[in-house]
Ligand binder design. Structure first.
Ligand code: G6P
Ligand code: MG
Length: 216
């Protein structure tokens, strides 16, 4: 019996990936590192510091801890300029209808995101009110594919992991869901998200009926 849905934020509910990419690309370029859209796939679902580590790996560079933290800060400042301009228009297709349908069905809703800016983005896009619990980058120690973010979400809702469905667009996120012992709907390409129980293109393909199918 499914009693809760746990949502990743970036790439599932809103399209902030383009802003993350822009900010990381500019920062990488300023370090003399070329950073492509393909490289950017590796940063999805991954924490801010880990993202920088991956970029430095790509450029064969190492930096002191202190310098890294300063660069993360710098990237976030740039990123937040775009976030400040966000509106409900940037909610991805089908999201609001599906959240409303879940509410109507009495299914609990939580956020499970690696982002420390999650709450702000939910506020800017007017989605905050739908959530019964929010677990984000400020509450977790171990990033995806560790299941911590989703297990904490289930706990906050007082729901068992086997009664939860996770919605994820990142490979690391799907792994985290499976590691938590939860059902997982992948959002994106079936080839990339092969570990997910089902894959949808976006939330327009989701409904309560389809969710109930997963229980069988
Ligand atoms: C999400 C995104 C990642 C991002 C991470 C941390 O998981 O998919 O690309 O690095 O959040 O975001 P933050 O807003 O804390 O820098
Ligand atoms: Mg994501």
């Amino acid at each position: 019996q499914i009693t809760a849905c746990l949502f990743d934020l970036d790439g599932v509910l809103v399209d902030t990936a383009v802003y993350h990419y822009k900010a990381w690309r500019d920062l990488a370029n300023s370090l003399g590192i070329e950073f492509t859209e393909e490289d950017n796939e590796r940063l999805k679902g991954v924490s801010r510091v880990r993202s920088l580590e991956i970029i430095l790996e790509i450029g064969n560079q190492t930096l002191e801890q202190e310098k890294m933290l300063a660069l993360c800060e710098q990237k976030n400042t740039e990123y937040l300029k775009d976030v400040a301009q966000m509106t409900p228009a940037e909610i991805l297709p089908g999201v609001v209808d599906f959240l409303k349908a879940l509410k109507q069905e009495g299914i609990l809703i939580a956020l499970g995101s690696a982002s420390k800016n999650a709450q702000l983005i939910l506020e800017r896009t007017g989605l905050l009110g739908y959530f019964d619990a929010i677990i984000d980058g400020r509450h977790v120690i171990n990033g995806k594919p560790d299941p911590e973010v989703f297990l904490k979400g289930a706990e906050a809702l007082s729901v068992q992991p086997e009664n939860c469905v996770v919605f994820e667009d990142a490979v690391a996120g799907v792994e985290a869901a499976k590691n938590a012992g939860m059902l997982c709907v992948g959002v994106g390409e079936p080839e990339t998200l092969a570990l997910a129980d089902i894959v949808v293109k976006d939330m327009t393909e989701m409904s309560v009926a389809k969710l109930r199918e997963l229980e069988k």
